[in-house]
Design a protein around this ligand. Sequence first.
Ligand code: ARG
Ligand code: ZN
Length: 849
Amino acid sequence: QRQYLKDYRPSDWQIPHIQMHFDVQDAHVLVHTRMELVAVGDGTQTLELDGRQMALVEIRIDGEALSPEAYQCDDASLTIKAPGARFVLESTVKLDPFNNTSLEGLYAAGGILCTQCESHGFSRITYALDRPDVMSVFNVTIEADKGRYPILLANGERNAQQELPDGRHRVSWSDPHPKPCYLFAVVAGDMACKTRPYITSEGREVDIAFYCDHGIEERMDHAIDSLVRSMQWDEQRYGLAYDLNTYSVVVAGAFNMGAMENKGLNIFNPKYVLASPETATDADFAAVEAVIGHEYFHNWTGNRVTCRDWFQLSLKEGLTVFRDQQFSADCGAGPAQRIEQVKFLRARQFAEDAGPLAHPVRPESYVEMNNFYTVTVYEKGAELVRLLHALEGESGFRRGMDLYFERHDGQAVTIEDFLAAHGDANQLDISGLQRWYGQAGTPQVKITESWDNGHYTLDCEQSIPSNPSADAVLIPIRVSLLDSRGQAMIDGQVLRFDQPQQGFSFDLPERPVPVLFEALSAPVTWDYAYSQDQLKHIVRHAQDPFSRWEAAQRLYLIMIDAAYAGTTLEDQHLDVFCEVMVGEGDGAVIAALLSPPSADELTTRYTELDPLRLSQAVDQTEAALARVLGDALATQTQNLMEHVATYAFEPAAAARRSLRARLLRLWCLRGDQQAWQQAEQLYDNSDNLTDRLAALQALNQTDAAQRDILLERFYQTYKNDKLVLDRWFALQAARAGQAGLDSVRTLLAHADFDQGNPNRVRALIGTFGMLNLSALHAQGGQGVALLAEQILVYDKLNPQLAARLITPFAGLNGLAEERAAAVRKALQEIVAQASSPDVLEQAQRILGH
Ligand code: ARG
Ligand code: ZN
């Protein structure tokens, strides 16, 4: 059933208090819930509770059992006639978490029981008003066999523990903060625990406790350190301190998303907690820090101030992603981090916004809310907060946040409330910003210039090609204007562009080279007819590393466009990169400068896209780059090999590893035996996963015998280590073309392929679908048919996961007809056979129904 933002009405009932008891048995769990219902206003006299996938054992009102005639129950709800404006409802339901493969509600994963309630999982645990504007104080008891489930956790603080007959025990928890039920969590299992004391800026003593499988506890140290840094950072940067005496983080054996910010009891995908040098890369260490921070920052932006309804999801997610990005930047992630963010934004969010799955940051309707945990809501949402921050400045942004918390702590609010607090705190007109939230599509900015005797004008024009009726939005353009020696005549000035067309003038001593949208100051695409010389000037001289990278991308694109069109440019076109390679500065930025865009970033660039030709054009450009770097490439790579020190996750060392990995890969692409041997040596001499994977990635698209040898060695070393083995699957799924497709087929039947582990599924099928255009479109429509077949497998097992695997098919509109037909056929097959609302909604949206 489709939900509409415009239909929002406050709830007729509130539930100030909920008490729950979980009785964990060998093959089922009984959940007893007691809640106080209070009518709002006169209320209506019917009460409709949400509830799915459970068996109702008993229901009572004010202590009296209800006879079956007194209520109606269907597969999504339970309706009763309310006896008055205030009463107590008790229910007992029976759940089967042991066969719940959807990983929503209460489920078993790797021997533990855990929950995932956002957005509507709570109504798979008990009958409830499953909406975020109903907030309750929860008390929870859990009872289970003590041998099998020695650890019993819920939100808030632990009050009591009790031994019971037959080797069972009971633990009770209470959370004093009223919260929406999507933040509810329980966990039961046998896990190792690591603790750390923390004292907040307000003097509160907090017990931090992290739980994971026995024997790998030390892999949680980096996550625990990251949490401590997050807590300190939020105190210092935003004046926000933690508000309970317990903060627990549990590693779930199987988890659909990154992690979940349940109040006081976060539940995590193991990928974002466990990290040791041998089992996690530099990027993984950074991701752990970011996600630990993200979930912690939700405690204020999400939990203390929550969403009125699910259309407001970006209120908490866009803001919290922005906060975690700020946190990572403050922890020392350099400019390469911003480059990575923008690459991801363009490859995924711009593509989403240009296709049939486009939706505003605040969607207007949905069938299955889980389909709207998107790059648009998260990443574009974060860009809009970044944009607000750029307009207000650091202290203005802080004033806006302070007022937001002062007004709305403890409430369930809207995106307007957030913008209004910022607007009021800074006397800022937020209407041009507000429009961003209501319209889909990436704005396109066309910039032309004129030069008249010292008078320089940038003429800007905005539109949304995919959404022609869209109104003009407020677009901050951060510009620098370089003179012929590369000095900035204008340095990082922010232009407020909020009309359909607008000119900005400068009086200058000479005609400049404009550096536009520094650090990508707004989530737009932009055109300016740069000459190759201007682009090289920017690569050489711009202050902003991001803009140097941006200009480099445009140089590569000239080459890729030519190759795609069937002509080739001289390698000399890329000669500026010889200077870049040997230049001074941040190795991670140099590595990014030496990386042409990948094919998956360019799927919306060409009409009637031929994906195989695009992959080839990208490969040719990369090969040209490897050639033009000449002998210096080998020398530079070897120089970087010499200082292989003991691994530490530390910015300078990580930057060095990233440059080494990039150069080694380019060198290996030249088919040079010596390069292949270097890769093998790096693999063998290194003490960490980052370098080992660098070696494997360098060889992955080559015919080197070393590739197969090292892959096998890797498997033997890591076959019992789930997260690392995911990389082994992903590497093979990333092999280009037919070889990639063949690997995916073979690996689907591998003994270590596990349909119940979403990380494994994403490593194999996700890599193939999202990142490997040439394999997906290999062999006529065979690759496409394989993906469709897999989507149907997960449609039954894990609909949320299935609905995400479908996104590669959203590129349909841009594809050349023959390719589009194969995809359309696959989608029609999916619509005919799928049963989950998740998959059906996505497939139908893509087909335009
Ligand atoms: N709120 C979580 C986060 O921090 C995401 C959970 C979404 N889960 C889901 N099944 N929709 O981003
Ligand atoms: Zn989040």
